[in-house]
Design a protein around this ligand. Structure first.
Ligand SMILES: Nc1ncnc2c1ncn2[C@@H]1O[C@H](COP(=O)(O)OP(=O)(O)OP(=O)(O)O)[C@@H](O)[C@H]1O
Length: 259
């Protein structure tokens, strides 16, 4: 469960270039829920993810993960409870190491064990099983160096590595944005398989409106550091890409009128 209460963050306060990134943002995500965050450039999406993961300190407000207030918890302590996948498929994995070695690294990171026992048969079997969730055949490429994988395979591997420690929350930070459309769809398919199989509470930021329509339980539109629109349930099932884009244009028209 994630709860953001009245989160405020202003950059360059009191200066000519003052920027309000989060303007009393409130958001709740139930355990097992998959929320998809959309919004125009500068709406506050990255600031929100950075505040959740702890790399951005709030001026005021609270962030609760599974009921406990993590607002003042340092990044490395929050990292144990949160998984985050970034845009760049080259980050998050070690290129010159094999798929199996990368899985071991992630395992050691999340369990704080030592490298001593290495890639035992039991561990390899567990990694194969976990990789098979993705539906990409990576479980049959355990000895392949990661640099030889496609961008989509590599990003999907980053994802399954990130969630190995059963995190309380998965943050997907435009994790398909750097991929071509077909590869992005493959990664989204792998993502949904992992989220469903591991029952992950997930918050995904995307600029891809088709993905916002097709995936997740709720669309959350941010604007000027606040939630401006939420679409869930039957409404979400019926929403179309033009509908979502329409909400962007309404906002833009308002901004034009106000300026
Ligand atoms: N480190 C920073 N220093 C100064 N201003 C910042 C900083 N980070 C964000 N901002 C400002 O805060 C506001 C919100 O930015 P943020 O990056 O969170 O938006 P975003 O919705 O993620 O945008 P995008 O879709 O372009 O990534 C913007 O006005 C931005 O210029």
């Amino acid at each position: 469960m994630l709860e953001i209460r009245s989160a405020r963050k202003t950059f360059y306060r009191g200066q000519a270039d003052e920027k309000i990134a989060l303007d009393g943002l409130n958001l709740k995500l139930a355990t097992g829920e998959f929320g998809v965050v959309i919004g125009s450039n500068g709406a506050g999406k990255s600031s929100m993810l950075n505040a959740i993961s702890g790399s951005l300190g709030l001026d005021s407000g609270q962030i609760l993960v599974n009921g406990s207030d993590v607002s003042n918890m340092p990044v490395h302590k929050r990292a144990v409870r949160l998984a985050r996948v970034f845009q760049d498929p080259m980050k998050g994995t070690a290129a010159s190491m094999t798929v199996a070695e990368n899985m071991l690294l992630a395992d050691l990171r999340s369990t704080r064990r030592t490298l001593r026992r290495g890639l035992t048969a039991a561990r390899l079997a567990t990694y194969r099983e976990r990789l098979s969730i993705l539906g990409l055949g990576l479980e049959n490429r355990m000895d392949t160096r990661v640099e030889l994988l496609s961008g989509g395979q590599r990003q999907s591997l980053s994802l399954i590595m990130a969630v190995g420690g059963s995190p309380d929350l998965l943050l997907l930070d435009e994790h398909t944005a750097a991929l071509d459309p077909r590869t992005a769809d493959i990664v989204m398919d792998a993502t949904v398989r992992a989220v469903d199989a591991l029952k992950l509470t997930t918050l995904m930021v995307t600029h891809n409106m088709q993905h916002a329509v097709d995936f997740g339980h709720r669309v959350i539109m941010l604007d000027a550091g606040r939630v401006r629109l939420e679409i869930a349930g039957e409404e979400k099932a019926k929403v179309t890409v033009p509908d979502l884009i329409g909400h962007f244009s309404v906002k833009t028209d308002r901004m034009l009128l106000a300026s």
